[in-house]
Design a protein around this ligand. Structure first.
Ligand code: GDP
Ligand code: CA
Length: 311
Protein backbone atom coordinates (compact mmCIF):
# COMPACT_ATOMS: atom_id res chain seq x y z
CA UNK A 1 0.00 0.00 0.00
CA UNK A 2 1.01 3.57 -0.75
CA UNK A 3 -0.14 6.76 0.97
CA UNK A 4 0.10 10.37 -0.19
CA UNK A 5 -0.58 13.69 1.54
CA UNK A 6 -2.04 16.18 -0.90
CA UNK A 7 -3.11 19.79 -1.33
CA UNK A 8 -4.64 20.78 -4.66
CA UNK A 9 -3.00 21.41 -7.98
CA UNK A 10 0.67 20.57 -7.31
CA UNK A 11 -0.40 17.35 -5.62
CA UNK A 12 -2.88 16.46 -8.33
CA UNK A 13 -0.26 16.79 -11.07
CA UNK A 14 2.10 14.55 -9.14
CA UNK A 15 -0.63 11.99 -8.45
CA UNK A 16 -1.41 11.76 -12.19
CA UNK A 17 2.17 10.60 -12.57
CA UNK A 18 2.05 8.30 -9.56
CA UNK A 19 -1.00 6.36 -10.76
CA UNK A 20 0.89 5.71 -14.02
CA UNK A 21 3.74 3.89 -12.26
CA UNK A 22 1.96 2.08 -9.41
CA UNK A 23 -1.21 0.07 -8.87
CA UNK A 24 -3.77 2.87 -8.35
CA UNK A 25 -6.03 0.63 -6.27
CA UNK A 26 -3.20 0.42 -3.68
CA UNK A 27 -3.07 4.19 -3.25
CA UNK A 28 -4.68 6.20 -0.43
CA UNK A 29 -4.62 10.00 -0.89
CA UNK A 30 -5.14 12.11 2.24
CA UNK A 31 -6.31 15.57 1.16
CA UNK A 32 -6.31 18.99 2.83
CA UNK A 33 -9.79 20.30 3.65
CA UNK A 34 -8.85 23.50 5.50
CA UNK A 35 -9.48 25.49 2.26
CA UNK A 36 -13.12 24.34 2.33
CA UNK A 37 -15.66 27.11 2.52
CA UNK A 38 -19.32 27.83 1.91
CA UNK A 39 -20.34 29.80 -1.20
CA UNK A 40 -24.00 30.45 -2.10
CA UNK A 41 -24.92 27.99 0.65
CA UNK A 42 -22.83 25.20 -0.89
CA UNK A 43 -19.94 23.31 0.72
CA UNK A 44 -16.94 23.67 -1.60
CA UNK A 45 -13.83 21.49 -1.09
CA UNK A 46 -11.29 22.95 -3.54
CA UNK A 47 -8.41 20.57 -2.90
CA UNK A 48 -10.55 17.41 -2.90
CA UNK A 49 -12.08 18.51 -6.20
CA UNK A 50 -8.71 19.40 -7.77
CA UNK A 51 -7.43 15.92 -6.93
CA UNK A 52 -10.57 14.13 -8.13
CA UNK A 53 -11.01 16.14 -11.36
CA UNK A 54 -7.31 15.85 -12.24
CA UNK A 55 -7.10 12.11 -11.59
CA UNK A 56 -10.26 11.71 -13.67
CA UNK A 57 -8.60 13.61 -16.54
CA UNK A 58 -11.41 16.18 -16.40
CA UNK A 59 -9.57 19.20 -14.93
CA UNK A 60 -8.99 22.41 -16.84
CA UNK A 61 -5.34 21.94 -17.84
CA UNK A 62 -3.89 25.46 -17.59
CA UNK A 63 -6.06 27.45 -15.18
CA UNK A 64 -5.31 25.24 -12.19
CA UNK A 65 -8.88 24.87 -10.92
CA UNK A 66 -12.25 23.61 -12.07
CA UNK A 67 -13.35 21.43 -14.95
CA UNK A 68 -12.31 21.66 -18.59
CA UNK A 69 -14.81 23.29 -20.94
CA UNK A 70 -16.79 24.97 -18.16
CA UNK A 71 -19.47 27.61 -18.55
CA UNK A 72 -20.41 30.11 -15.82
CA UNK A 73 -24.08 30.78 -16.52
CA UNK A 74 -25.23 30.11 -12.95
CA UNK A 75 -22.66 32.56 -11.58
CA UNK A 76 -23.87 35.17 -14.10
CA UNK A 77 -27.35 34.56 -12.76
CA UNK A 78 -26.17 35.09 -9.19
CA UNK A 79 -24.56 38.38 -10.17
CA UNK A 80 -28.05 39.71 -10.94
CA UNK A 81 -28.92 39.28 -7.27
CA UNK A 82 -25.73 40.98 -6.13
CA UNK A 83 -24.10 37.83 -4.73
CA UNK A 84 -20.30 38.14 -4.69
CA UNK A 85 -18.93 35.93 -7.48
CA UNK A 86 -15.16 36.39 -7.06
CA UNK A 87 -14.88 32.68 -6.25
CA UNK A 88 -15.44 31.17 -9.68
CA UNK A 89 -17.66 28.09 -9.74
CA UNK A 90 -18.48 26.56 -13.11
CA UNK A 91 -21.89 25.17 -13.97
CA UNK A 92 -20.83 21.52 -14.04
CA UNK A 93 -18.59 22.03 -10.99
CA UNK A 94 -21.67 23.30 -9.11
CA UNK A 95 -23.19 19.85 -9.46
CA UNK A 96 -20.42 18.46 -7.25
CA UNK A 97 -21.04 21.13 -4.59
CA UNK A 98 -24.82 20.63 -4.73
CA UNK A 99 -24.39 16.88 -4.32
CA UNK A 100 -21.83 17.23 -1.50
CA UNK A 101 -23.93 19.78 0.36
CA UNK A 102 -27.09 17.71 0.12
CA UNK A 103 -25.32 14.59 1.43
CA UNK A 104 -23.64 16.48 4.29
CA UNK A 105 -26.98 18.02 5.24
CA UNK A 106 -28.47 14.51 5.33
CA UNK A 107 -25.81 13.62 7.91
CA UNK A 108 -23.21 11.80 5.79
CA UNK A 109 -19.60 12.47 6.84
CA UNK A 110 -17.35 14.22 4.30
CA UNK A 111 -15.24 11.06 3.96
CA UNK A 112 -18.28 9.06 2.82
CA UNK A 113 -19.38 11.77 0.39
CA UNK A 114 -15.83 12.02 -0.98
CA UNK A 115 -15.75 8.26 -1.60
CA UNK A 116 -19.05 8.58 -3.47
CA UNK A 117 -17.74 11.46 -5.58
CA UNK A 118 -14.49 9.61 -6.40
CA UNK A 119 -16.43 6.48 -7.36
CA UNK A 120 -18.73 8.50 -9.61
CA UNK A 121 -15.65 9.83 -11.44
CA UNK A 122 -14.36 6.28 -11.84
CA UNK A 123 -11.26 6.71 -9.69
CA UNK A 124 -9.34 3.73 -8.36
CA UNK A 125 -7.27 5.38 -5.60
CA UNK A 126 -8.99 5.96 -2.29
CA UNK A 127 -9.45 9.71 -1.74
CA UNK A 128 -9.81 10.63 1.94
CA UNK A 129 -10.30 14.08 3.48
CA UNK A 130 -7.83 14.72 6.33
CA UNK A 131 -10.79 14.98 8.74
CA UNK A 132 -14.59 14.86 8.77
CA UNK A 133 -14.55 17.83 11.14
CA UNK A 134 -14.50 21.43 10.08
CA UNK A 135 -11.00 22.99 9.99
CA UNK A 136 -10.50 26.46 8.46
CA UNK A 137 -7.29 28.17 7.47
CA UNK A 138 -7.28 31.76 8.68
CA UNK A 139 -4.70 34.13 7.20
CA UNK A 140 -3.95 37.16 9.36
CA UNK A 141 -2.78 40.06 7.20
CA UNK A 142 -1.46 43.53 7.88
CA UNK A 143 -4.35 45.93 7.33
CA UNK A 144 -4.29 49.74 7.30
CA UNK A 145 -5.58 49.82 10.90
CA UNK A 146 -3.87 46.70 12.24
CA UNK A 147 -4.11 42.95 11.73
CA UNK A 148 -7.14 41.52 9.88
CA UNK A 149 -8.26 37.87 9.75
CA UNK A 150 -9.21 36.58 6.30
CA UNK A 151 -10.52 33.19 5.24
CA UNK A 152 -7.97 31.49 3.01
CA UNK A 153 -10.03 32.00 -0.20
CA UNK A 154 -10.68 35.65 0.68
CA UNK A 155 -6.93 36.25 0.95
CA UNK A 156 -5.90 34.12 -2.02
CA UNK A 157 -8.69 34.66 -4.56
CA UNK A 158 -10.55 37.83 -3.58
CA UNK A 159 -7.42 39.76 -2.47
CA UNK A 160 -5.10 37.97 -4.97
CA UNK A 161 -2.70 37.04 -2.15
CA UNK A 162 -1.60 40.69 -2.02
CA UNK A 163 -2.09 41.69 1.67
CA UNK A 164 1.14 40.89 3.57
CA UNK A 165 0.77 37.84 5.82
CA UNK A 166 1.42 38.17 9.54
CA UNK A 167 0.27 34.75 10.76
CA UNK A 168 -1.60 31.61 9.70
CA UNK A 169 -3.77 29.43 11.90
CA UNK A 170 -6.05 26.44 11.41
CA UNK A 171 -9.28 27.02 13.33
CA UNK A 172 -10.84 23.80 14.57
CA UNK A 173 -7.69 21.72 14.06
CA UNK A 174 -6.99 21.05 17.75
CA UNK A 175 -10.41 19.42 18.20
CA UNK A 176 -10.46 17.63 14.83
CA UNK A 177 -10.09 13.88 14.50
CA UNK A 178 -8.38 12.26 11.51
CA UNK A 179 -10.97 10.88 9.08
CA UNK A 180 -11.43 7.10 9.06
CA UNK A 181 -8.48 5.50 7.28
CA UNK A 182 -6.00 8.38 7.62
CA UNK A 183 -3.88 7.04 10.48
CA UNK A 184 -4.35 3.46 9.26
CA UNK A 185 -2.96 4.43 5.83
CA UNK A 186 0.07 6.16 7.37
CA UNK A 187 0.73 3.16 9.60
CA UNK A 188 0.27 0.48 6.92
CA UNK A 189 1.80 2.13 3.84
CA UNK A 190 5.14 0.90 2.55
CA UNK A 191 5.86 4.46 1.39
CA UNK A 192 4.22 7.75 2.26
CA UNK A 193 4.67 10.64 -0.19
CA UNK A 194 4.23 14.28 0.80
CA UNK A 195 3.20 15.71 -2.58
CA UNK A 196 4.67 18.96 -3.99
CA UNK A 197 2.06 21.11 -2.28
CA UNK A 198 2.11 24.36 -0.35
CA UNK A 199 3.88 23.42 2.92
CA UNK A 200 2.05 26.08 4.96
CA UNK A 201 -1.59 25.94 3.87
CA UNK A 202 -1.88 22.58 2.09
CA UNK A 203 0.33 20.17 4.09
CA UNK A 204 0.33 22.31 7.28
CA UNK A 205 -3.38 21.71 8.04
CA UNK A 206 -3.04 17.93 7.54
CA UNK A 207 -0.13 17.89 10.02
CA UNK A 208 -2.21 19.98 12.44
CA UNK A 209 -4.88 17.29 12.80
CA UNK A 210 -3.99 15.64 16.13
CA UNK A 211 -2.20 12.34 15.68
CA UNK A 212 -1.11 12.79 12.05
CA UNK A 213 2.28 14.40 12.69
CA UNK A 214 3.09 11.80 15.35
CA UNK A 215 2.06 8.93 13.05
CA UNK A 216 4.30 10.29 10.27
CA UNK A 217 7.22 10.85 12.66
CA UNK A 218 7.03 7.18 13.67
CA UNK A 219 7.25 6.20 9.97
CA UNK A 220 9.82 8.90 9.11
CA UNK A 221 12.18 6.59 7.23
CA UNK A 222 9.35 5.68 4.85
CA UNK A 223 8.18 9.26 4.25
CA UNK A 224 9.46 11.21 1.23
CA UNK A 225 8.48 14.74 0.19
CA UNK A 226 8.79 16.47 -3.17
CA UNK A 227 9.80 20.12 -2.94
CA UNK A 228 7.16 22.50 -4.36
CA UNK A 229 9.87 25.18 -4.45
CA UNK A 230 12.27 25.24 -7.38
CA UNK A 231 15.22 27.65 -7.50
CA UNK A 232 13.85 29.75 -4.64
CA UNK A 233 10.32 30.22 -6.01
CA UNK A 234 7.04 28.31 -6.09
CA UNK A 235 6.09 26.92 -9.50
CA UNK A 236 2.64 28.46 -9.05
CA UNK A 237 0.68 29.95 -6.19
CA UNK A 238 1.50 31.97 -3.08
CA UNK A 239 3.80 29.60 -1.13
CA UNK A 240 6.52 32.28 -0.98
CA UNK A 241 4.07 34.83 0.47
CA UNK A 242 3.30 32.39 3.28
CA UNK A 243 6.66 30.73 3.97
CA UNK A 244 8.78 33.88 4.22
CA UNK A 245 6.69 35.69 6.88
CA UNK A 246 6.60 32.49 8.95
CA UNK A 247 10.38 32.28 8.92
CA UNK A 248 10.65 29.40 6.46
CA UNK A 249 13.27 30.06 3.77
CA UNK A 250 11.65 30.01 0.30
CA UNK A 251 13.81 27.16 -1.00
CA UNK A 252 14.09 23.40 -0.93
CA UNK A 253 16.19 23.85 2.23
CA UNK A 254 13.28 25.71 3.86
CA UNK A 255 10.95 22.87 2.84
CA UNK A 256 13.41 20.38 4.35
CA UNK A 257 13.52 22.32 7.62
CA UNK A 258 9.70 22.41 7.77
CA UNK A 259 9.47 18.63 7.19
CA UNK A 260 12.58 17.35 8.99
CA UNK A 261 10.61 15.69 11.83
CA UNK A 262 8.30 13.78 9.52
CA UNK A 263 10.35 13.07 6.37
CA UNK A 264 13.36 10.86 5.84
CA UNK A 265 13.96 12.09 2.28
CA UNK A 266 13.34 15.12 0.09
CA UNK A 267 13.25 15.20 -3.70
CA UNK A 268 14.64 18.50 -4.94
CA UNK A 269 14.95 19.90 -8.43
CA UNK A 270 18.09 19.59 -10.56
CA UNK A 271 18.24 23.40 -10.47
CA UNK A 272 18.80 23.10 -6.70
CA UNK A 273 21.44 20.38 -6.73
CA UNK A 274 23.96 22.74 -5.14
CA UNK A 275 21.76 22.81 -2.02
CA UNK A 276 21.60 19.03 -1.55
CA UNK A 277 24.30 19.03 1.15
CA UNK A 278 22.31 21.58 3.22
CA UNK A 279 19.24 19.32 2.99
CA UNK A 280 21.39 16.37 4.06
CA UNK A 281 22.77 18.31 7.03
CA UNK A 282 19.16 18.78 8.23
CA UNK A 283 18.99 14.98 8.43
CA UNK A 284 17.05 14.26 5.22
CA UNK A 285 18.32 12.11 2.40
CA UNK A 286 18.45 14.46 -0.62
CA UNK A 287 17.49 13.13 -4.05
CA UNK A 288 17.96 15.31 -7.14
CA UNK A 289 15.41 14.89 -9.94
CA UNK A 290 13.54 16.71 -12.69
CA UNK A 291 10.58 18.07 -10.67
CA UNK A 292 8.92 20.54 -13.04
CA UNK A 293 5.86 18.55 -14.15
CA UNK A 294 5.31 19.90 -17.66
CA UNK A 295 3.30 16.80 -18.61
CA UNK A 296 2.16 13.41 -17.28
CA UNK A 297 5.30 11.72 -18.57
CA UNK A 298 7.58 13.98 -16.49
CA UNK A 299 5.25 13.50 -13.51
CA UNK A 300 5.49 9.72 -13.90
CA UNK A 301 9.30 9.81 -13.98
CA UNK A 302 9.26 12.08 -10.92
CA UNK A 303 6.92 9.66 -9.15
CA UNK A 304 9.29 6.78 -9.88
CA UNK A 305 12.30 8.77 -8.60
CA UNK A 306 10.32 9.74 -5.50
CA UNK A 307 9.39 6.15 -4.62
CA UNK A 308 12.99 5.06 -5.20
CA UNK A 309 14.19 7.66 -2.67
CA UNK A 310 12.89 5.62 0.27
CA UNK A 311 12.93 2.15 -1.29
P1 GDP B 1 -3.29 24.38 -4.33
O1 GDP B 1 -4.06 24.13 -3.09
O2 GDP B 1 -4.12 24.22 -5.58
O3 GDP B 1 -2.44 25.62 -4.31
O4 GDP B 1 -2.32 23.15 -4.47
P2 GDP B 1 -1.02 22.58 -3.82
O5 GDP B 1 -0.72 23.11 -2.48
O6 GDP B 1 -1.07 21.10 -4.01
O7 GDP B 1 -0.01 23.08 -4.90
C1 GDP B 1 0.63 24.31 -4.88
C2 GDP B 1 2.11 24.06 -4.90
O8 GDP B 1 2.45 23.14 -5.95
C3 GDP B 1 2.88 25.31 -5.16
O9 GDP B 1 3.72 25.57 -4.06
C4 GDP B 1 3.69 25.00 -6.43
O10 GDP B 1 4.99 25.51 -6.36
C5 GDP B 1 3.70 23.49 -6.47
N1 GDP B 1 3.78 22.97 -7.84
C6 GDP B 1 2.90 23.17 -8.84
N2 GDP B 1 3.35 22.59 -9.99
C7 GDP B 1 4.56 22.02 -9.67
C8 GDP B 1 5.54 21.28 -10.42
O11 GDP B 1 5.40 21.03 -11.61
N3 GDP B 1 6.65 20.85 -9.73
C9 GDP B 1 6.85 21.12 -8.41
N4 GDP B 1 7.97 20.66 -7.83
N5 GDP B 1 5.94 21.81 -7.68
C10 GDP B 1 4.82 22.25 -8.30
CA1 CA C 1 -5.81 24.53 -1.86
Amino acid sequence: MLAALAGGVGAARFLRGLVGVTDPSELVVVVNTADDDVFHGLHVSPDLDSVVYTLAGAAEPTRGWGLAGETFRCLEGLERYGNPTWFRLGDRDLATHLYRTERLRAGAPLSAVTAEVARAWGLQPRIVPMTDDRVSTVVTVRGPDGPVDLAMQEWFVRERAEPPVVAVRFDGAAAARPAPGVLEAIEAAGTIVVCPSNPVISIGPILAVPGVREALARRREHVVAVSPIIAGAPVKGPADRLMAPLGIEVSCVGVASAYRDICGALVLDAADRHRASEVESLGLHAVVAETLMTDDRVAATLARDTLAAVA
